[in-house]
Design a protein around this ligand. Structure first.
Ligand SMILES: [Zn+2]
Length: 270
């Protein structure tokens, strides 16, 4: 399942291929993915002005209309020559001015898309309750402290809650808590402000590093031949149960928390 860094990498990979291009034709090979597809033909003749990301949604801006796309689990965008043959699991093809086409492939079809007016997308149900972007200024220690105040529940599920902050999935929550030295089971309301500041910094770092490591594979997302291309990082704790902690050498532990595997070092995180 693509996480925020992968979606950001897709966004950055697509932007130069789409910006300024006119939609010459629209072909949807089925009426629905996870949900019914929007009336894509209204994009015909429109020019893509920008490609952006909010949470795990891609946003394609076409004048007063925004095409919003969620990749689900197996969704992929590719930019190919307009003459490229039909690809496996290709569901949508937008032919672009300049001789390319944008295709959307999705083997499991958990992806979904919508069209909405640019001036009110923030109030759409997909966006209305999203917390701040983790790399934006409004995700800061004061904000995190206000979210944690009085909470007896553990910090990790809170960190993964999209209403609190978007895009911190299980992997990045584990990594950020390790880097900040905070035990994933610690009650959110009992973490000192200085440690929350470190956690904010750690979240930013692990996501920024993941995005940076994706940079070298951006072309794989944009102009490909079918290989999935999602990058495998090396993580400090995630997936490393029983391996020595890189700081203290004790074994990394795994526990189940809210149904998800949590990896941590009991010595370095408290
Ligand atoms: Zn350790």
């Amino acid at each position: 399942m693509p996480e925020l860094p992968e979606v950001e990498t897709v966004c950055r990979g697509l932007a130069p291929h789409l910006t300024g291009r006119r939609i010459e034709s629209v072909l949807c090979r089925r009426p629905d993915l996870r949900f019914p597809l929007p009336e894509m033909s209204v994009l015909h003749g429109r020019i893509c002005e920008r490609v952006e990301r909010r949470g795990k949604y891609l946003q394609f801006l076409f004048g007063d209309l925004m095409l919003v796309w969620h990749l689900g689990m197996t969704g992929r965008f590719h930019v190919l020559s307009a003459s490229a043959p039909l690809q496996p699991h290709e569901h949508v093809r937008l032919t672009l001015s300049g001789g390319d086409c944008l295709i959307y492939r999705d083997a499991r079809r958990f992806g979904y898309a919508g069209l909405m007016p640019v001036d009110c997308w923030q109030t759409h149900p997909w966006f209305a309750n999203l917390g701040p972007e983790p790399l934006a200024d409004d995700f800061n220690a004061a904000y995190l402290a206000s979210c944690c105040k009085g909470r007896k529940g553990p910090i990790k599920p809170l960190l993964m809650h999209a209403q609190m902050v978007v895009g911190v999935g299980n992997i990045y929550a584990c990594e950020a808590l390790f880097r900040a030295g905070i035990h994933p089971q610690r009650a959110a309301g009992r973490i000192a402000r200085g440690r929350l500041q470190r956690l904010v910094q750690a979240v930013r770092e692990v996501l920024a590093e993941a995005i940076a490591s994706g940079g070298s594979t951006i072309s794989d997302f944009a102009r490909v031949d079918g290989s999935p291309g999602y990058f495998a990082h090396s993580f400090a704790v995630y997936g490393r149960e029983g391996e020595p902690c890189g700081i203290c050498g004790k074994s990394i532990r795994r526990s189940l928390q809210a149904g998800r595997s949590t990896f941590y070092c009991a010595d370095c995180q408290h």
